[in-house]
Design a protein around this ligand. Structure first.
Ligand code: CO
Ligand code: CO
Length: 306
């Protein structure tokens, strides 16, 4: 069967893109997560922000959302259900999108997320591939949400202690996406379950470039290093590192803990995009938080870390 030419971005990128007419394409994604904080309102907010992120990673604007809710009516009362939805709606409204429906089902473990439809102009799609040698790597949120929420689950910290990461996880990537577009980003993705190294690798695998990441330039949330040194990290961080190790070239002073932090699965992480060095002034003009964590060099799809 011939490829349908209306599918501008097939599965494998942050979201699928389908051409509606010459000016407008749909951007579509779905993501569902299990609770990572105890407060149901915050969980709804974080999960919705996380689901909306893939639309921004493609350069799109979210329009409509459907809620997907797995819920055990034996374990929780209706109030919890409503609080999760309320939190989600707060994020959805901040994004300018609207909740138009959804579906709930009985499930032993709570799960919540959104299916999101957005729009994008076909010539403004931000793909994950396409980074050019000579460009710089920009990251828009600090790392460590997987490690800190693991510490929370292990009662090493309270929700109050980690309000900084909760703030980041409930920050939409809307402005980051706009800035990636206006600074002419040639490649963009959002940092989620595969961690920084995993998502960086997905941007360059099979290509003729490497990413050179400077460990000290990568922003980390408070206490992340401390917890990793205590052996507190989610299983996903170890798995991510194991899976990507063969694509990593690291200098001798990079420790196993450094690599674990850079592999930490993120929920609602920031955007990672590549731009020409001389476009940095566009980022400085805006209030966006950003960090230049390295550069794109000629190579063969490796992540170089020093
Ligand atoms: Co994504
Ligand atoms: Co995703």
């Amino acid at each position: 069967m011939p490829e349908d030419k209306r599918i501008l971005v097939p599965p494998g990128d942050d979201a699928g893109v389908f051409l509606l007419n010459p000016e407008i394409a749909f951007v579509e994604t779905v993501d569902v997560i299990t609770p990572l904080v105890n407060d149901p309102f915050l969980f709804g907010k974080i999960s919705a922000t996380n689901s909306l992120s893939d639309i921004y990673a493609m350069g799109g604007r979210p329009l409509t959302c459907l809620a997907i809710f797995g819920f055990s009516s034996c374990d929780y009362d209706k109030e919890v259900f409503e609080l999760v939805l309320k939190g989600a709606i707060e994020s959805i409204h901040l994004s300018g999108a609207r909740l138009v429906g959804g579906h709930s089902f009985e499930d032993r473990e709570m799960k919540f997320g959104l299916s999101v439809t957005g729009i994008v102009e076909p010539d403004k799609i931000l793909r994950k591939e396409g980074a050019q040698a000579g460009e710089i790597l920009v990251l828009t949120k600090p790392l460590g949400s997987g490690i800190l929420t693991t510490a929370l689950k292990g009662d090493k910290v309270t929700e109050d202690d980690i309000n900084e990461v909760i703030r980041w996880m409930t920050t939409l990537n809307a402005e980051a996406s706009e800035i990636a577009l206006s600074s002419g980003a040639s490649a963009c993705t959002d940092i989620t379950g595969f961690g920084l190294i995993g998502h960086a690798y997905n941007m360059i695998k099979g290509s003729r470039v490497d990413f050179h990441i400077r460990r000290k330039a990568v922003p980390l949330l408070e206490r992340v290093v401390e917890f990793v040194e205590m052996g507190i990290a989610p299983e996903g961080a170890y798995k991510n590192l194991q899976f990507h190790r063969e694509y990593i070239v690291s200098s001798p002073d990079i420790t196993e803990e450094d690599l674990l932090v850079l592999s930490d699965p993120q929920t609602s992480g920031g955007l990672l995009f590549t731009i020409k060095k001389d476009q940095i002034h566009i980022l400085d003009k805006r209030k966006l938080h950003y960090w230049v964590i390295g550069e794109v060099i000629e190579g063969s799809g490796k992540i170089r870390i020093d």
